[in-house]
Design a binder for this molecule. Structure first.
Ligand SMILES: Nc1ncnc2c1ncn2[C@@H]1O[C@H](COP(=O)(O)OP(=O)(O)OP(=O)(O)O)[C@@H](O)[C@H]1O
Ligand SMILES: [Mg+2]
Length: 379
């Protein structure tokens, strides 16, 4: 892989050198894959699910081939088929007999092949008759089953299948893949309650069918060492205490840590000080300000008030408790619960469990949270 000009990657995956830790998760995913066990990754947004999948796929032992698909942009089974077929023709070598058979199968569906103008990667568009997409997806899986190498199919943003107009897509998919032995899956998703519904609800087809892996935050000591190493390798001095401040500000939320480090790296001379990183952090907030003001217009007054209060607290355990409601003049507990529901649905906040298994709520977007805090200090 080409060396990136900035060691703090904010999109995609650029190899193990720029990827911090996740050793336990990587090991357990690899172990599942090599033992024929499918895995479900569930975590909040921007914590590093896609990065981890890429990292693991890059580390698969010889004798394995992987197919990665992101189904977020798909809206129905036909589009799922297109994304799958594109990934298959781009990942499976076609010179060998079995690879050629898969290619022939896809060709028999009369695909239109276009090339991405930027990357040159071929994209397949197949227009199948209504209701026939599942049959063709099924055939692709069956062909992959016969492939001489073991196959790992990673389906990112898996919760998207619940948005398809076709009914019971999870039941159909489960039955289509449950007999496969040569193919294992990684299902990954972020809309937490939807993914939980799919995999932890006893009435759903995927219930207990895979091994569940939760991804939390990266260990702060390891992240700190990683950050210091990359600055140092480029001749930039940074003290441990400064990194600790940056990790605190970004709440060790992977994407925001990467983003802040990326900006600081780009702007710093030969030393990072408190002042330099705070300037970059402020700049990030300023860049987003118009968007944040738009959110304010889109939310009701009560929702906005609650959002501000949650931002101000950082982490809230009982948003409808008397103390919290009166501290921030939020009206009645019933109003708060309604707003809470709306903010969760809009993914402005998320809920999770702390280490004592207590539910808490937090503002989803770290930059919005920090911006709201500042607003609070101004009023
Ligand atoms: N272990 C890691 N070390 C360094 N950077 C990482 C690591 N994991 C992820 N990243 C970077 O953090 C950013 C967010 O990660 P990623 O896109 O994998 O998160 P995600 O959970 O898939 O997010 P989303 O929910 O938006 O799909 C990316 O820029 C990625 O390169
Ligand atoms: Mg992702």
């Amino acid at each position: 892989m080409k060396k990136p000009s900035n060691p703090f990657i904010t999109a995609g995956y650029q190899g193990a050198r720029y990827f911090c830790d996740r050793e336990i998760e990587t090991k357990s995913l690899l172990q599942n894959m090599t033992n024929g066990l499918s895995t479900t990754l569930i975590a909040i947004r921007r914590i590093g699910k896609t990065g981890l999948i890429r990292h693991v796929l890059a580390k698969l032992p010889a004798g394995y081939t992987s197919v990665y698909i992101d189904i977020l942009p798909t809206e129905n089974m036909n589009e799922f088929l297109n994304v799958l077929a594109s990934a298959v023709i781009n990942s499976i070598p076609q010179r060998t007999g079995p690879g050629k058979m898969i290619m022939d199968l896809i060709k028999s569906l009369r695909p239109v092949i276009t090339y991405d103008p930027l990357t040159g990667i071929p994209q397949v568009t197949i227009d199948v008759r209504k209701g026939e997409a599942p049959k063709h997806i099924d055939s692709i899986f069956k062909y992959l089953e016969k492939f001489p190498k073991k196959i790992v199919i990673a389906i990112d943003e898996f919760q998207q299948i619940l948005e398809y107009p076709e009914k019971n897509t999870d039941a159909w998919l489960r039955s289509s893949i449950q007999t496969l032995k040569n193919v294992t899956f990684i299902f990954s998703g972020s809309r937490q309650h939807l993914m939980d519904d799919l995999f932890s609800d006893p009435s759903r087809p995927f219930y207990r069918s895979t091994s569940l892996l939760n991804i939390g935050k990266i260990n702060p000591e390891k992240y700190s060492a990683f950050i210091i190493r990359h600055f140092k390798n480029n001749g930039i001095k940074i003290e441990k205490e400064i990194v600790a401040e940056m990790l605190e500000w970004t709440d060790i939320h992977t994407y925001y840590v990467q983003l802040l480090c990326n900006k600081v790296f780009a702007e710093s001379g030969n030393q990072v000080t408190s002042r330099t990183w705070r300037m970059e952090a402020n700049r990030l907030l300023e860049e987003q300000e118009l968007l944040f003001l738009k959110y304010r217009d889109l939310l009701t007054k009560q929702q906005w008030r609650l959002l501000k209060a949650i931002a101000r607290e950082g982490q809230v355990y009982s948003p409808s408790s008397k103390d919290f409601v009166s501290k921030y003049s939020l009206g009645s507990p019933a109003t708060v619960l309604r707003s809470l529901e709306a903010l969760l649905k809009k993914q402005m906040i998320y809920s999770d469990y702390d280490k004592d298994k207590r539910v808490f709520y937090k503002v989803y977007d770290l930059l919005l949270r920090r911006w709201l805090e500042e607003q609070y200090q101004l009023t």
